[in-house]
Design a protein around this ligand. Structure first.
Ligand code: DX5
Ligand code: ZN
Length: 221
């Protein structure tokens, strides 16, 4: 079985009690904290930045923090997130003028680097930077908001990305983000994903552990 990881998106957490809510979701069995950064420019919403990432580290969160940048420009904010304790930093290729340089900046700073593809963005650029990515993140909704419905064409795209990863022979995580829940996670895994972002499915439920356990049970089938 692949090394599956559940990555709750804290976009749907209680921002007034963020540290406690992150503790709760990690205690419930989450593997990675997915951290959505929106700038009201690249996407039509505004969320959290490096200060909040650093505050979570100071609060005592030791789990990997997976920073999903939905910002333009990209490079200016990378250094701040490296200092704030990000483990992964991913960005959308169309938001960077110099994709190769942005990936290198992240890796030079000691974090893992990744590219994020919107539902209608082709995977073409991967061909040139496969040796510099540690994660490929496929959006299964249009970025900007939690609680949207999974776009089914993502399944074919996952298969395409999985084939590229397998052909590269490199250890690259294949993450999916948007509309993931206990009912579709198995099909998404079968298409090749190994890392599952889920915001509303987990944080809107009364019992986080029950949802995460159910997701793992689906993955184990
Ligand atoms: C959307 C964000 C997602 C989102 C996922 O732009 O990148 O991480 O919060 O939320 P759900 O799981 O509710 O679709
Ligand atoms: Zn995200």
């Amino acid at each position: 079985m692949p090394d599956y990881a559940i990555a709750p998106s804290i976009l749907s957490a209680d921002f007034a009690r963020l540290g406690e809510d992150v503790d709760r979701v990690l205690a419930a069995g989450a593997d990675i904290v997915h951290f959505d950064v929106m700038d009201n420019h690249y996407v039509p919403n505004l969320t959290i930045g490096p200060m909040v990432c650093s505050a979570l580290r100071k609060y005592g969160v030791t789990a990997p923090i997976d920073v999903h940048l939905m910002v333009r420009p990209v490079d200016r904010i990378i250094g701040d997130f490296l200092e704030a304790g990000a483990s992964y930093i991913t960005f959308h290729p169309e938001a960077s003028d110099h994709i190769d340089r942005s990936l290198q900046l992240i890796r030079d700073g000691g974090a893992k680097a990744g590219l994020v593809f919107n539902p209608a963005t082709p995977l073409d650029v991967l061909r040139y930077v496969m040796d510099k990515v540690d994660m490929i993140l496929l959006m299964s909704v249009n970025p900007g908001f939690g609680g949207q419905k999974f776009i089914p064409t993502t399944l074919d795209k996952l298969r395409e990305a999985r084939a590229l990863i397998d052909a590269s022979g490199r250890d690259i995580r294949l993450e999916v983000d948007g509309g993931v829940n206990t009912r579709n996670i198995r099909q998404i895994a079968e298409a090749g994903a190994d890392t599952f972002v889920a915001g509303s499915a987990i944080f809107n439920a009364p019992d986080y552990k029950a949802v995460i356990d159910q997701m793992r049970a689906e993955l184990a089938q």
